[in-house]
Design a protein around this ligand. Sequence first.
Ligand code: ADP
Length: 373
Amino acid sequence: MTVSRADVLRALELVKLPASGQSLAASGRIGDVLIDGGKVIFSIGIDATEANAMEPVRRAAESAVSGLPGVTQVLVGLTADKAPASAGMQARQQAQRPSPGPGGVPKPTGVPGVKQIIAVASGKGGVGKSTTAANLAVALSGLGLKVGVLDADIYGPSMPKIFGIKGKPQVVSGRTLAPMEAYGLKIMSIGFLVDEETPMIWRGPMVISAITQMLREVAWGELDVIVVDMPPGTGDAQLTMAQQVPLAGAVIVSTPQDLALLDARRGVAMFRKVAVPILGLVENMSYFICPECGHQSDIFAHGGARHEAERLQVPFLGEIPLAMPIRETSDGGRPIVASDPQSQHAKAYVALARQVQASLGGATRAAPRIVIE
Ligand code: ADP
């Protein structure tokens, strides 16, 4: 038996708003209701100032809908969609604030047990962002770090496929899920919760609340770093996310063509707006070496990202070749750094990971203590 939007709203009639006593169903605060078999996902629109007061309502909504026949899982987020300003406007307004720092806007709180969170982002889809994120994560783990991967590419989650993971995460307690594991990494993806074939239509605020939940309601344990595979693009949802996830830095992936670089530039500008350090630019599908004759072909005009990095004054992190084994292993659930660590291709990712590790080390180095005698 499949639950419908009407069933969900009926259940929400029993949930009352604390201030007015009005039912949540009648309040007009329920956004799109995404239903996938037994899973129900929706958001409650709030004013940003109501976040604490509405948390019990969110919980009550979740338990009311969980009780419906046929419902196996419920994800409810509070979003400031119905606040005086739209979420997009808020993101823009917040982005115009001064950089975080003493006296500035407070940074989002960290995730307990997780030392650093980095984003792998791209200005547009299809440039190899997820493949880079996955191989970077495996390479960081090979350097001795404890690594998690959060697949925030909610429009096209690809980590289940790249890591060859089937099955669903287990609930550890209450609302907390255990991450899945592969190649020594802890991995969470919306793809574990929603079937691959289900088309997902997300409004910006829902994206953010789903991602925040995946970050904060997963038992990550002690980790040195979580690599976040961001949704592609530089829209309001991405901007708000860049702001709401406590990021230590961002790696921007681009292919060398002018158009892709133009998008990468927007990516750099987006992270700068919200004062997230740019760890650097990676050129993916940089050049092609013919496996037959060894000849190098610069299919997409190699070198563009290096120049762009210079122009933007951000570090250039390296070039990853366009190579059949990278595609085959990535699409086959065995990222190349794990399945063929001695290959040249894997070494390109390890070099990238070393650079990222070095810049993160720099970012977190404690300030020298000044001792006055
Ligand atoms: P994005 O996350 O940017 O949408 P993906 O990582 O999903 O991109 O990559 C898109 C496609 O390109 C996938 O089939 C992937 O295997 C392939 N791909 C990514 N990087 C490379 C590369 N360096 N060489 C060959 N194929 C690649």
